[in-house]
Design a protein around this ligand. Sequence first.
Ligand code: SF4
Ligand code: SF4
Length: 279
Amino acid sequence: MKGFINRIIENSFIDGPGNRMAIFMQGCNMACLYCHNPETQRMCTRCGKCLEVCETGALSIEEGKIKYNKKKCIGCDRCLEGCLNFSSPKYFEIESDELVKLILDNEMFLDGITFSGGECTLQTDFIVDVVKKVKKNSSLTAFIDTNGFIKEEDLNKLISCVDGFMFDVKAVNDDIHRTLTGVSNEVIFKNLKILAKTELLYEVRYVLVEGYNDNIEEIKGLSELLKELNDYTRLVLIPFRPFGVKTHLKNMLPFNREKYDIIYEEIYKILKERVIKKD
Ligand code: SF4
Ligand code: SF4
């Protein structure tokens, strides 16, 4: 079975517990205004625009497909900036067995693997295939980093084979959620509540974006939501940063630290140690 992968970070300490191989899948079903990896959102339309900005000849078109030559690439990322389709000429197809081999070759250095993106659950069958083979041959754990906009049948498949979920909540209010992401949060909250009843909801992630989801109603709603979900899921509170952002929010300043600390203290009153600070 084949999967589409944007990039693989062989050792990551920020994508779940311990040292993990983070596998960033290509393709997403949202279009978040503050996305830090916008080049993972869409599949390539083969428009050829990126070829015009690459000065090293690392990109070419062969048989209608974009070909990426890693040896000629200097990592300037002009191709990513030049892609109007929120895609990348560098993503690649990989057989599940090849990915399994890469993971198992690194097993002794790892605590586990994390599938991220993009929205990795759009390639659930590929993930399940990889996870089953990895677990058959190692004690590595498998985590899913998701926006929560998951089809019911895919969620069930993942629940049956992975060890944890890191789940984004972008906004509690549906109108704000639609503004930030382009979709309603109805399905997302349904999935969140399903996961909260398992032991798999490792953490919820919330990015504070000035003027969007940092108002008092949102913060109260977020705290209450987490409190009612269960008694173990942690909430990671992340301040917005413009790094990598491709929409008009790229001109926004990083989230104000004083305001961040005030919001953190408010949430702490309700969730105590379950709320985690981020620099
Ligand atoms: S990566 Fe983007 S710019 Fe390059 S061919 Fe694909 S869609 Fe066009
Ligand atoms: S990052 Fe993109 S534009 Fe820059 S050299 Fe590599 S392929 Fe070319």
